[in-house]
Ligand binder design. Structure first.
Ligand SMILES: [Zn+2]
Length: 310
């Protein structure tokens, strides 16, 4: 008998939420370091310590992706792994401001995206990129990212994303800058409401008129927020397992997927930080079985998601 997970594994999928820095295992980073002249010692303290709250993991991934060859190799490894999970469309989130600060040339960044798109085409996967603004870089970094966005090919770079710690750096502070992006016709996605009790962050995000909001666990049980999301036509980016690994979600049975369905809110799915959580998109979609959905509903949502791609 074929298991439900095997059926989801075989289905064609769109991974609409995956961070480059969370998608590289220690083994990947070592392999990339050996071709990009990065100091291998950087990875010694990371063995068996992949965790969302281990800052060294993120630092190593940031370092490894900040050279031209390192970025190119990282994207290739990620694309190959996604193909094995039957992902036929990917939106990879890359935060470029820090990379440029660490010495990556903006033209090299663009040329890597172009060569990666060719690699993807040969491998039968559609490759798209969101340029991320990390909240900790401050609102000043929005214009740095916007400038780069305007120099990038629009058939590859599809949106600007706001990510990073929303508890330390409130969403509200980025409202003006992100509204300006929308006024200039730039699509946006916003990480908001990743922990319970962050309704203010989520309300601020809705007011920023983004195309999509990512995670939004706070919406659990909050009909006012769900109504607003539905009315504003915002699409949700869903990674049900992420909250378990960040500690935001006490158990999958608390994940509000049924509420999202009741309110008829459009959804896309993503694996978020697959190397850190050691869970791919098939795992995230399969976890919806534990949220009370049956296999047919999950396959239907997976197929529907293709309607909401950039
Ligand atoms: Zn994310």
């Amino acid at each position: 008998m074929t298991s439900n997970k095997a059926v989801i594994g075989k289905a064609k999928k769109a991974n609409c939420h995956i961070h480059i820095t969370g998608a590289l295992s220690v083994q990947d980073m070592r392999a990339i370091a050996s071709v990009s002249n990065t100091d291998l010692k950087l990875f010694e303290p990371l063995e068996n310590k992949m965790s969302f709250y281990n800052y060294d993991v993120w630092a190593a991934a940031k370092e490894i992706t900040s050279s031209k060859i390192g970025l190119k190799k990282s994207i290739e490894i990620i694309l190959q792994r996604e193909i094995r999970d039957n992902v036929s469309y990917i939106e990879l989130t890359i935060n470029p401001a820090g990379m440029i600060r660490r010495g990556l040339d903006a033209n090299d960044f663009i040329s890597v995206l172009l060569s990666s798109a060719k690699f993807a085409k040969r491998s039968n996967i559609k490759f798209k990129v969101k340029l991320g603004v990390n909240r900790k870089d401050g609102k000043g970094s929005i214009s740095v990212v916007e400038q780069l966005f305007n120099s990038c090919p629009r058939d590859i770079v599809v949106a600007i994303d706001l990510n990073g710690d929303e508890r330390k750096f409130p969403t509200e502070k980025f409202k003006e800058g992100f509204l300006r992006l929308r006024e200039r016709g730039i699509p946006t996605t916003i990480h908001a409401g990743e922990h319970f009790g962050l309704s203010e962050s989520l309300f601020a995000a809705i007011e920023m008129k983004p195309n999509r909001i990512a995670h939004s666990l706070v919406a659990t049980g909050d009909d006012e927020i769900l109504k607003k999301i539905k009315e504003s036509g915002i699409i949700l980016e869903i990674s049900p397992l992420s909250g378990l690994f960040t500690g935001a979600l006490p158990g999958l049975e608390k994940y509000p997927i049924k509420k999202f369905i009741d309110y008829d809110i459009p959804m896309v799915f993503g694996s978020d930080d697959p190397a850190i959580f050691k869970r791919d998109l098939t795992d995230h979609l399969s976890s919806l079985l534990k949220c009370g959905l049956n296999i047919d509903k999950i396959l239907e949502l997976n197929e529907l998601a293709f309607k909401y791609l950039f």
